[in-house]
Design a protein around this ligand. Structure first.
Ligand code: PLP
Length: 371
């Protein structure tokens, strides 16, 4: 047998050499408040419904699934109609294994070599990875000091760079801030003026947590064929483990994504899980109401203690500022509370948990930060 010499090199792409895989540390802690999961596990009724439908799907697993998942697209359209009041056709819906895969499909279809994807930082740290993995150029413009987006800056940056994709997270991660629709409209107009075209993606992974009066970009779909609004079942639905994300857009945009997806990318099991969970949407919406109230109370509590807190329309809160944020993060972890050391220097992010988890976080923070 030939033993390969130790120096045998793998032909890894230059831009991947030395890169660590993305991901928050999955540490064992009594209170896990670091990745914006829904703290409530699916109820026994939801679990039973999922189990029954997965069993039915299992009986047909010798066959490939419906590759266009028409029933699921219909259910998603029906859900969004109730959630945001916007009428959508099933042909305007697309889904994949997490909204991360939805985003990858978007970059595969509309990015590529010689093209540019643009976002405004601080924002979701996965965006540059989708760009890298699709050989798309990446530019991060800046948000303002309150983590909003100055419409003039957005307009000028788009005119200057002529990107083919603009990614706007709203509510934004890690800041929690939502963009006014007026700002999204400015971006849409600037994108429409890009020669050759530009797709605007509004990532509403946290859309269900928006405060009363904060509209959804879904309302802009009817007038904008170059807009895609993505959502996920990972956060509000408490289904991060199932890996289901989706988007709404004009049928022509969705058709472009059908070209780049892998064959049968959404398994029969995944489709069954998602559809069963969607039948329980009304109960889940009620639970989201209590998480929103818990979030608003936490924002108030942190501000009363003199901390800076970014406005949040999400299920997490960005707060600061700390000279030694790593020390605060470590001190909390030493007391059993795992949060996320992310965002601009001096800031930390905590997910909204159950009332017990939030109480544990507050107690630990009082001790560690001497509030
Ligand atoms: C959590 C999150 C997602 C969701 O990812 P999934 O792949 O659907 O789990 C998407 N965008 C942002 C900004 C997020 O924070």
């Amino acid at each position: 047998m030939n033993v390969p010499p130790a120096r045998t090199a793998l032909p890894l792409r230059d831009e991947l050499v030395g890169i660590e895989p993305y991901g928050a540390p999955q540490l064992d802690a009594p209170y896990v408040l670091n990745v914006n999961e829904n703290p409530y596990a699916p109820s026994p009724e939801v679990v039973a419904d999922i189990a029954r439908d997965v069993a039915a799907a299992a009986a047909g697993l010798n066959r490939y699934p419906d590759r266009d998942f028409l029933a699921l697209r219909q259910d998603l359209a029906a859900y969004l109609r109730v959630e945001s009041g916007v009428e959508l056709e099933p042909g305007q819906l697309w889904a994949a294994n997490g909204s991360n895969e939805v985003m990858l499909h978007l970059l595969q279809a509309f990015g590529g070599p010689g093209r540019t994807a643009l976002s405004f930082a601080p924002t979701y740290s996965m965006y540059p990875e989708y760009a890298r993995d699709t050989f798309t150029g990446w530019v991060a413009g800046r948000r303002d000091e309150n983590f909003g987006l100055d419409p003039d800056v957005a307009r000028a940056t788009i005119a200057e760079l002529a990107p083919t994709v603009v990614l706007l997270a709203s509510p934004n991660n890690p800041t929690g801030t939502a963009l006014p629709l007026a700002t999204v409209n400015v971006v849409l107009d600037a994108a429409a003026a890009v020669p050759g075209g530009c797709v605007v993606v509004v990532d509403e992974a946290y859309g269900e947590f928006r405060r009363a009066g904060t509209p959804s970009a879904l309302e802009l779909l009817a007038d904008h064929p170059h807009l895609a609004v993505s959502r996920t079942m990972s956060k509000a639905f408490g289904l991060a483990g199932a890996r289901v994300g989706y988007l709404a857009a004009a049928p022509a945009l969705v058709d472009a994504l059908r070209v780049v997806r892998l064959p049968y990318h959404l398994s029969a099991v995944t489709q069954a899980v998602a559809r069963a969970a969607l039948r329980h949407a009304p109960a889940l919406m009620a639970q989201i109401g209590s998480l929103r109230a818990e979030r608003d109370a936490l924002v108030g509590w942190l501000r009363e203690r003199g901390l800076r807190v970014a406005d949040s329309d999400a299920n997490f809160v960005l707060f600061g500022m700390f000279d030694d944020r790593h020390g605060i993060w470590q001190g909390l972890l030493d007391r059993g509370v795992l949060i996320r050391e992310t965002g601009p220097d001096g800031w930390l992010r905590v997910s909204v948990g159950t009332p017990q988890e939030t109480a544990a976080f507050k107690d630990a923070l009082v001790e560690v930060a001497g509030l």
